[in-house]
Design a protein around this ligand. Sequence first.
Ligand code: HPA
Length: 279
Amino acid sequence: MKYHFNLEYFEKSADYVKSKIDFEPQIALILGSALGRLSEDIKDPVEIPYEDIPNFLVSTVRSHAGKLILGELYGKKVVCMSGRFHYYEGYDYEQLVAPIRLFKLLGVETVILTNAAGAINTGYRPGDLMIIKDHINLAGASPLRGPNDDRIGPRFFDVCNAYDEKLRNLAKSLAGECALRVQEGVYAYQVGPHFESPAEIRFLRMAGADATGMSTVTEVLTAAHCGMRTLAISLITNMGAGVNNNRVDGAEVDQVAARSAQEFRGYLKHIIKHIGEEA
Ligand code: HPA
């Protein structure tokens, strides 16, 4: 067996991070590239480069900075990942549990994730947001494969409420505060780094998916395994391949993400402020 990621392994990472802070973060933020700047609003930030954290991973995507930023954001104690890890970068699936396991051991209860996604639902348009209510995992594997440490979570676990209903309701109740259209839908995860083929997009539409992307599901599964709540929101940056006879253009994805980032950040700010009030 290649890895044995038991509790003690992740405690090494957590002990190091705890030695740098004097508070317990409640919320973890894992933000897609365009939203990374939200972390600039963190008060009295403590920044910890990933490479300093024992048993952690090092980011390979150049646009991602590769550090944890901890502090207070809109009245909440947070830990923010500046730079996230994707399977397409070459990590083994099992390694991708590291951030969420670390956050759990720091005391985090709620994980907020954002990503860029292509629309499969023809009623969506670039610039919309989609609160993820469920996913279709096309990776063919789980980050929870391999030896299970029952102290972290059970071998077999349910994912029906992986996208916490109360958090989704909170996000929906605040949608009026956001100038972007807020949809709710199913996210199809494929590992990339290629975009989907037009036939795959048609297939995914028949399967009930509304949008597709290359992230988030590994983190959500890891969080569900250890009993953390997640809220995940996609920014629709483009129509999926072939939806309008279009190709998917990486530059267009970045442009739409940059254009909508400020509105999206404002919306997240409202959500973070109100976390803890959800019924
Ligand atoms: N497919 C997969 N991932 C994406 C897309 C897409 O169309 N757009 C942004 N991320």
